[in-house]
Ligand binder design. Sequence first.
Ligand SMILES: *[C@@H]1O[C@H](CO)[C@@H](O)[C@H](O)[C@H]1NC(C)=O
Ligand SMILES: *[C@@H]1O[C@H](CO)[C@@H](O)[C@H](O)[C@H]1NC(C)=O
Length: 377
Amino acid sequence: MARGARSVALLLMMLGVAARAVSAVSDGPLPNGHFEQRPDASQMNGTRVMSPNAIPHWEISGFVEYLGSGQKQDDMILPVPEGEQAVRLGNDATIRQQLNVIRHTYYSVTFGAARTCAQAERLNVSVTPESGILPIQTVYTSSGWDSYSWAFKAKHSTVWLSIHNPGHEEDPACGPLIDAIAIKALRSPHHVKTDNMLRNGDFEDGPYIFPNTPWGVLVPPIAEDEHSPLPGWLVMSDTKVVKYVDAAHHAVPRGSHAVELVAGRECALLQEVRTVPGRPYKLSFSIGDAGDGCAGHLAVDAYASAAALKVAYESRGAGGSSRAELEFVADADVTRVVFQSGNHHMKPDGTLCGPVIDDVSLVPEHAHTPAARRLRM
Ligand SMILES: *[C@@H]1O[C@H](CO)[C@@H](O)[C@H](O)[C@H]1NC(C)=O
Ligand SMILES: *[C@@H]1O[C@H](CO)[C@@H](O)[C@H](O)[C@H]1NC(C)=O
C-alpha cells in the first residue's frame, strides 16, 4: 500500500518534471502581454518605471514609462485605448521577456505600437542572434495603433524576446507606445502541399491576430523567408508593409486569412520557387477587397519570369473577389512570383488600403499532347 502510494507519488513527480520540461510558450498573448499587471507604486516616479523588474513578467532598461488611458503629454492625450495599459519606450529603452520555446521551431511575434513625437520611429525586435528593425508609421489605422509582426527561428529552448527603441530624441519621453504582445508558432517556411508549388499560397499560416483588433497585422519588409511571419513569403520595400487580415474582421476570398496590399507600388509581396527552365506553368490567384471601405478601381500587378498581368477589380469596399490566371514559361531554375497593388488607395478615414489577394497557386502546365504522338497511339 505504502509502496503503491510512493510509486504513484514518484510517477506524478516524473510527470511534473516532464510537463515542465516541455511546457513551451503557447500561441496567444505573452504573460502580462497586455501590461494589465501594473508595477508597484513604490517602483514608479510619475509614469517612469524605476526598477528593472517592476513590471511583472518583464525586464526593462532605459527610460520606460507605464501609461494608462487618458494620460496626457504636453496637452496631447496619448492614444492608449480605454481600460488598457501600455508602456512607452523612450530613448534607448528596452523591454524584454524570457520565453520557453521549442528549438528549431519558427515563431511569429505580434505587438501593438503607436508612434508619438517623432516622424520616423523605429523598433529593434530581437531574439538573439536574430533581430529586425521595424519602421513604426501610423498610416494604416485611424486609431493611431497598428499591430506589427516579426518572426524568428528558435536556436535554443530558452530565449529572450526584446523590443528596443534605438532612437535618440531630444525629449527622453518620446518614443513609441507598446501594448498587446503575442506569439504564435509557425509551420516551417519550407512546408509545401502537393497540389501547389507555392508555400502557404492560401495565407492560412501567419502571425497571431488578437480577437479584439479589427485592423489586421502589418508584415514589415522581409528579405529572407527564414524570418517571415508569413511563411514562404517575402515583403520587398524600404519602409512599407503588407497587411495580414482575418475573416473575423474582413472579407476574405477563402479560408480564414488573406493579404491586403496596402502600400501601392512601394511594396511587393513575393515568393521564390524552383522551376524548370523552358517549362510552362500556370499562376492563379484571387483578387478582391477586404470589405473595409476600400472602394475604387483596384488592381493587382502579377509577375512571373518575363510574364506580367494586370488584373482590374472594381471595389465598392463591401467585399467580393474574382480569380485571375497568368500562364508563363520559366526562364530560370528559380522563378519569382511577385504581386503589387497597381495604385495607392485610401479609405474615407484617410488610411491606406488596397486589393486583397488570396489562394495563390502555381502548377506545372501539361504540355499539349503533340499531334504526332496522338496519331501513333
Ligand atoms: C522623480 O522625477 C523628478 C522629475 O524628473 C525628479 O526631480 C525626482 O528627483 C525624481 N524622484 C526620485 C525619487 O527619483
Ligand atoms: C538590434 O538589436 C540586436 C540585439 O540587441 C543587435 O544585435 C542589433 O545590432 C540591433 N540592430 C540595430 C540595427 O541596431
